[in-house]
Design a protein around this ligand. Structure first.
Ligand SMILES: *Cc1c(COP(=O)(O)O)cnc(C)c1O
Length: 388
């Protein structure tokens, strides 16, 4: 067999993204430096306006990270000690930490095996007198079943905060992710679909009072300088980051569409693999349009596949290897192993493949080819056709 020309495929490639926008980025950053407009400067307001419009909401409030966006959104709705917030067991730790920071208790529910988003049928069973909010996570950029979630929330008078930290530009039934709940949190961590040169985040909402509360909470609890109404924080979005993010926001739809094309290509390669051993992400549907923050497959021998890809120079990730309730930090929640079977089973089967706009079709083919080669060899070995 002749070996095709291959090169190393990184998991993300922020350098090649920067090279496509360097002129605009450098000019935007230079402007902030020349104006020495570093804290809550003009570019923050401009970006907030643009990002709110992008999300189809009335307001966006820039903060210093996605974690802060989640925490301050919960605080804006006065969630705190004694309250319970329902979220998904398979999420990044920050979702749970933000709840913990407010003094409230995270209550976990399992996820759907197909989409990895909150299993809404379990939400209602978890509601108690203390429940104040539901915090669905649009994991990997695939929107959670928001109609069902909003319906439960309305019946029990609960607040819904979307964790849209992976979902910039995703949509649910034609509505942008982040525009459906009472408020939504976004992260601009560098590797996110819209990423800063450092940490950053934003809360979006249609509620004017919530937006006003968030502006106070991020800025020492002041509305007017040196007049402090609440115990606020220093959790502002830097002007430098806002200026950069505004440059990137203009390209976001284009980048997301390219990711969707890569996902289609991956899907095609894996469907043609008759062994049927590679389970692909849920396919594009009008009701839930992913931004493919991550392209996550499921395979039986995940660790072996990951090692195989590593040998081929292909970097992969696992999001996430240890569910929240199995983390030492959350042993105090008291969930036993087996509490969330879908989450626990998939944690051992998931593998995130390289996914970013700057991937080339050749790189997608190379990654898919390496995965399929491994899967076919495994299938053949199991059926006794060949021995490894
Ligand atoms: C990235 C992320 C966060 C946290 O965002 P930071 O900006 O890293 O604080 C929260 N939730 C999810 C689902 C994330 O992916």
């Amino acid at each position: 067999m002749s070996k095709m020309q291959t090169k190393n495929v990184p998991f993300v490639d922020l350098r090649s993204q920067y090279q496509t926008i360097a002129g605009d980025v450098d000019a935007a950053i230079r402007r902030v430096i020349q104006d020495t407009d570093f804290i809550l400067g003009e570019a923050v307001e401009a970006f907030e306006e643009d990002f709110a419009r992008y999300c189809g909401t009335s307001y966006a409030v820039g903060v210093d990270s996605g974690t802060s966006a989640l925490e301050l959104a919960l605080r804006a709705y006065e969630i705190g000690p004694g309250d319970e917030v329902i979220t998904a067991a398979n999420t990044f730790i920050a979702t749970a930490l933000a709840i913990t920071y407010t003094g409230a208790t995270p209550v976990l529910v399992d996820v759907e095996p197909e989409t990895f988003t909150m299993d809404v049928s379990q939400v209602e069973k978890s509601i108690t007198r203390r429940t104040k909010a539901i915090l669905p996570v649009h994991l990997y950029g695939h929107p959670a079943d928001m109609d069902a979630i909003m319906d439960v929330a309305a019946r029990y008078e609960l607040v819904v905060i979307e964790d849209a930290c992976q979902a910039h530009g995703a949509s649910y039934k034609g509505r942008p992710a982040g525009s459906i709940g009472h408020a939504a949190a976004f992260s601009f961590y560098p590797g996110k679909n819209l990423g800063a040169f450092g940490d950053g985040g934003a809360v979006v909402t249609n509620d004017e009072k919530t937006a006003a509360a968030l502006r106070m909470l991020r800025n020492y609890g002041q509305k007017e300088k040196y007049h402090h109404l609440v115990h606020g924080f220093n959790k502002r979005l830097d002007t430098l980051q806002a200026a950069l993010l505004d440059v990137k926001l203009k390209r976001l739809d284009g980048w997301n569409n390219t990711r969707r094309e890569h996902a289609k290509m991956y899907n095609g390669f894996f469907k043609s693999n008759n062994g049927n051993t590679v389970i692909t992400p849920p396919s594009e549907a009008e009701h839930a349009r992913s931004n493919y923050h991550l392209y996550v497959i499921q395979v039986e021998k995940r660790d072996q596949l990951q090692a195989h890809l590593q040998r081929e120079g292909i970097a992969t990730g696992i999001h996430y290897p240890i569910p929240i309730h199995m983390q030492p930090a959350y042993s105090s929640l008291g969930y036993p192993p087996g509490a969330f079977p879908v989450t626990e089973r998939t944690a051992n089967r998931i593998l995130s493949l390289p996914m970013y706009a700057e991937l080339t079709p050749d790189m997608v083919a190379q990654v898919a080819g390496a995965v399929n080669h491994f899967a076919m060899t495994e299938t053949a070995a199991e059926s006794g056709e060949i021995t490894l």
